[in-house]
Design a protein around this ligand. Structure first.
Ligand SMILES: [Zn+2]
Length: 159
């Protein structure tokens, strides 16, 4: 038996204006996509935007449903839209914003476990990390250098 320690590196920015202009633009796109959210049950809108190395942008917004398990998170909607990405291109940045952050118990809008799994597998499939940015209260932003850091010991099925 041995003890192991797991740690991840991340950065906290106090404003989106400290981020690269490409990421700032993604935050604007994700915020605009909040208008496409359908959240009549929770009232909690979420927007996401992702960009590829070649500069293509894909957005998503959460889509709730009266049959609750059918709800779709903004992150997975954005990733579904990214199926239009050319095979030789890869996703590079991913941004998540929320419309009612004051309702959160936590300081940052963290992706759910299912979205972490899908984001992590997307990285695995494209063999390229996706830098992840999460909006928090008081306009703070968390930056992770890859999505896999949020899902240690995630399930990976070798194809
Ligand atoms: Zn989710």
């Amino acid at each position: 038996m041995s003890f192991q320690k797991l740690s991840i590196d991340y950065r906290i920015f106090t404003s989106i204006y400290q981020l690269p202009s490409e990421v700032q633009s993604l935050f604007q796109q994700a915020t605009q996509s909040l208008q496409k959210s359908y959240a009549p049950y929770s009232g909690f809108t979420v927007g996401a935007a992702t960009s590829s190395k070649s500069g293509k942008i894909f957005t998503g917004a959460n889509q709730e449903n009266g049959a609750y398990p059918m709800c779709l998170c903004a992150e997975r909607v954005a990733l579904s839209n990214a199926i239009h990405l050319e095979r030789e291109d890869v996703l590079q940045y991913f941004v998540i914003v929320g419309g009612a952050l004051e309702k959160m118990e936590t300081e940052f809008l963290s992706p759910c476990g299912a979205c972490r799994q899908v984001l992590s597998e997307t990285e695995y499939r494209q063999q390229h990390p996706i830098r992840l940015y999460i909006l928090g209260k008081k306009e703070k932003v968390l930056e992770f250098k890859n999505c896999n850091d949020l899902l240690p010991f995630g399930f990976v099925y070798k194809t």
